[in-house]
Structure formats: C-alpha cells, structure tokens
Design a protein around this ligand. Structure first.
Ligand code: 3AM
Length: 186
C-alpha cells in the first residue's frame, strides 16, 4: 500500500481554505483540486510499503513524536510551487514554525532508520490545494498569478496528533484514508 505521514486539519479549517479559494476555482484553470475533506499537511511520503510493515512504521512515528507537546500551527496565505507565474502546486502556507520543523525532522530521522530515504530537498511545509494537470500549455495559466494574489486565508490549528495515511490512486485523483493516529504527548 502507498503510505505517507501527515498532519490532518480540523474540518472548519479545511472548509475555510476551500471557500477562500472559490474565486480561483471559478476561473477554470487546468488544475486538479484536492477535495476539502482531503486537505492535509504531508510530513513524509513513504511510497509503496508492504502491509506487514505497518506496525514498525507506527513504532517509528511514536518514537518521532516522543517529547513533542501539542503546538499551535499558524497557517496563512496562498502561493504556488515553483512560483505563481509558473504554478504546478497551489498551496496555503505554514512555514517558519519551529515545532513543526522539529517534528518533521524527527519523523524523517526515524523513517530513515526504517529504510525510507531522507528527502534530498528542503522541507517547505504547505497544504496542497491543487495540482496543475500534466502537459498543459503555460498560456492556459495566464492570469493565474494575478488571481492568486488577492486571496487571503489565515487560521491557527492546534496540532495534537500525527497520522499514518494511505493513498489510493483513483482515476479522478488520490483517495486518502487514515490508517493510524499517533497522539502527541500532552
Ligand atoms: O500533500 P502534498 O501535496 O504535500 O505530492 C504528494 C502529497 O504531498 C506526495 O505525498 C503526498 C501524499 O500523496 N508525494 C507523492 N509522491 C511522492 C514522491 N514520489 C510524494 N512526495 C515525494 N515523493
């Protein structure tokens, strides 16, 4: 099964992000939007993993969160990777939060011990809202940066757990299900 480790968000925040991007979706750019129920913050993508390794991975997540207390995660602002004028991934931001960076680093370390290679690229925490469809012409995205610019959303999320998630690739996009929840230490 295809697994990843993520922080999930309260429904109210997922709704708020989705609604704040309404005007952008209305422009019908060639973007595949993540449904509101699926919006999350990925800490580590594991990829295809044998089902019998699930407990071992949950053990690694437990070690990673040991000593991390619940913390507040401010999320704010819209952006796109690699840039708003050449968007591929559209997101809401949550950068610069030391507790989150430490948590992600510890997850990365523990998963490395289990044989999941460390990401070569730096961690840019973000909540993916949508992905530009493959192979589309740049001109179909003309105006995107200008439409993204005025969007606003900000919220504070209390992060109390980390989830092991399963991703199933369907014809109309990925379907995510929570397999396990690991609570941060209160
Ligand atoms: O939630 P985001 O968009 O940050 O892009 C995928 C998604 O991240 C990412 O894992 C999350 C759940 O699918 N992902 C998918 N394939 C990946 C890969 N080969 C990947 N991340 C790194 N390497």
């Amino acid at each position: 099964m295809r697994l990843f480790i993520a922080v999930n968000l309260p429904q109210q925040v997922r709704r708020g992000m989705w609604e704040a991007a309404e005007s952008l979706r209305a422009r019908s750019y060639p973007i595949r939007w993540v449904p509101p129920d699926s919006l999350h913050l990925t800490l580590k993508f594991l990829g295809e993993v044998a089902a019998e390794r699930e407990e071992e991975i949950v053990g690694g997540i437990r070690r990673a969160v040991k000593g991390t207390k619940p913390f507040t995660l401010p999320i704010a602002g819209f952006g796109a990777f690699p840039s708003p004028v050449r968007p591929r991934v559209v997101w809401v931001g949550c950068e610069g939060v030391p507790s989150l960076e430490l948590l992600q680093h510890r997850v990365e370390q523990e998963m490395d011990r289990l044989g999941f290679p460390v990401e070569g690229r730096p961690f840019h925490p973000h909540l993916t809202l949508g992905r530009v469809k493959r192979g589309v012409k740049q001109r179909t995205l003309a105006g995107f940066a200008a439409d993204l610019g005025p969007l606003e959303y900000a919220a504070e999320v209390l992060v109390e757990s980390v989830d092991l998630m399963q991703s199933e690739l369907m014809r109309d996009g990925a379907r995510y299900t929570r397999r396990r929840k690991v609570e941060l230490e209160a």
